[in-house]
Design a protein around this ligand. Structure first.
Ligand code: AMP
Ligand code: ZN
Length: 446
């Protein structure tokens, strides 16, 4: 399906951003990174307005404030900064607008009033609910049939709801909780109305692209769609919906109870941001991505190959600025953001560069490498600096992790000779490893 924006030469894109009550994990980083790549690509052809919101009013934030004894503002300010710092380290460029829910409450109230006036919402006991039955197209985005949903519903229905699937637009707040005055008393917005109101304010009634993780399709995006469409007399809400697949850890869901949640903030202590970014781009955004012990070492090796190809080749600033990524790489990205195919083209370019002996060709291929890196948001350091990180005689954390995973793989395959060889390599470099219930840990001795 070819992409045709609403207005020629211009694109609007909205991405559901984080709820700021803790650090982002590697799964949360996936939409930020893949849709940053899309934004970079769109900017080549269009005037893009990209909005990524911050959900800074939410029950999870209230709970975090309660547990830590910190104020809500302290919590949200801290995690907004951490999110932007961590995503920045992954090469995510700041969006054009980063609207905060708490700064758009009047717009949310206005939209809720429009829904009530049009018969799509009703007030009950200080709540305002969206009347799902009033919108025949409800369920179309997530391909759910409302009647089936009702038949299968086992949820306990709150007494103020007319129907089980009616969802909250506004709810009352107690004095300790954040709240705003409204025609329905002091209260706070539901999550879905936040995005509908912010998208309208910054991007208009109809947006070109609405993006987010696939877990958001239902109910979040279905509800955003219903609200916006009904508040705007049936006007189209989003022309294209893009959803990234989920990231799992060793084929398991990432969850606190399983203890397998990888925070970007922690990973960045030992892993360069562009290694993490490349790992996230190694799968097609729509597909699931299974993260394992091999993911980071393999992305590190990919960057070694890319930097290795351009190492020692001097190119003038003008030639570098004028260079373009190869047409095949662009074609891959322009085909539904096929980043694995784009990376293949990137390596093909590196291979070509490694082969050539012609000086002029070397220069132009290296310039094309940098241009490709710039578009993908990787390879932005100097090649010498990249390799300087690998201190002579000292193994980097990435190398250590790689050797450990090679050793563990050898052990799993009962190839103890190979496993011992990797362990010796580590101990020769002064690294002690220890096997425990949570896997293998390491420290530098002496
Ligand atoms: P949240 O802060 O939980 O609302 O999540 C922020 C974004 O991260 C949403 O777009 C989610 O869809 C996305 N997300 C959360 N977990 C994962 C995961 N394991 N893999 C991919 N995306 C995820
Ligand atoms: Zn949203």
């Amino acid at each position: 399906m070819p992409f045709v924006p609403q207005k020629e030469g211009e694109v609007t894109m909205y991405l559901c951003g984080p709820t700021v009550y803790n650090y982002a994990h590697i799964g949360n980083a996936r939409p930020a990174v893949v849709f940053d790549l899309l934004a970079r690509l769109l900017r080549r052809h269009y005037k893009l307005t990209f909005a990524r919101n911050l959900t800074d009013v939410d029950d999870k934030i209230n709970a975090a404030a309660m547990v830590t004894g910190k104020s809500i503002d302290e919590i949200t300010a801290r995690y907004i900064k951490a999110y932007n710092d961590d995503m920045g380290a992954l090469g995510v460029q700041p969006p054009d607008v980063e609207p905060r829910a708490t700064q758009h409450v009047p717009e949310m109230i206005a939209m809720i009033e429009a829904l009530i006036t049009r018969g799509h919402a009703y007030e009950a006991e200080g709540h305002v609910l969206f009347d799902v039955g009033s919108h025949a197209a409800y369920g179309a985005l997530s391909k759910r049939d409302l009647r089936e949903m009702i038949a299968g519903a086992r949820v306990e229905v709150a007494p103020y709801k007319k129907a089980a699937h009616d969802f909250v637009l506004w709810k009352p707040s107690t004095p300790e909780l954040p709240g705003w005055d409204s025609p329905w008393g002091r209260g706070r917005p539901g999550w879905h109305i936040e995005c509908s109101a912010m998208a309208k304010k910054h991007l208009g009634v109809t947006i070109d692209i609405h993006a987010g993780g696939r877990d958001l399709i239902f109910p979040h995006h279905e509800n955003e769609l219903a609200q916006s469409c009904c508040a705007h007399d049936g006007a189209e809400f989003a022309r294209y919906w893009l959803h990234n697949g989920f990231l799992s850890m060793d084929s398991e869901k990432m969850s606190k109870s399983l203890g397998n949640v990888l925070l970007v903030h922690d990973m960045l202590k030992t892993i360069p941001g562009e290694v993490i970014r490349l790992a996230l781009l190694s799968a097609h955004y729509k597909q699931p991505l299974d993260w394992s012990d091999e993911t980071i070492p393999s992305a590190k090796r990919m960057l070694d190959r890319l930097y290795g190809a351009v190492r020692g080749i001097e190119i003038g600033a003008a030639a570098r600025a004028a260079a373009e990524p190869p047409a095949a790489l662009l074609a891959a990205l322009e085909d539904d953001l096929n980043s694995p195919q784009a990376l293949k083209e990137f390596f093909a370019l590196a291979k070509q560069l490694n082969k050539t002996t012609d000086e002029a060709e070397k220069q132009s291929l290296a310039a094309a490498m940098y241009a490709s890196g710039e578009l993908l948001g990787v390879m932005q350091s100097d090649a010498e600096e990249w390799f300087a990180g690998d201190v002579e005689g000292e193994l980097s954390a990435v190398d250590i992790e790689e050797l450990i995973s090679l050793r563990n793989a050898a052990r799993a395959a009962r190839d103890f000779k190979a496993a011992d060889k990797f362990r010796d390599q580590l101990s020769d470099a002064g690294i002690q490893i220890e096997d425990g219930a949570d896997g293998t840990t390491w420290k530098r001795s002496g």
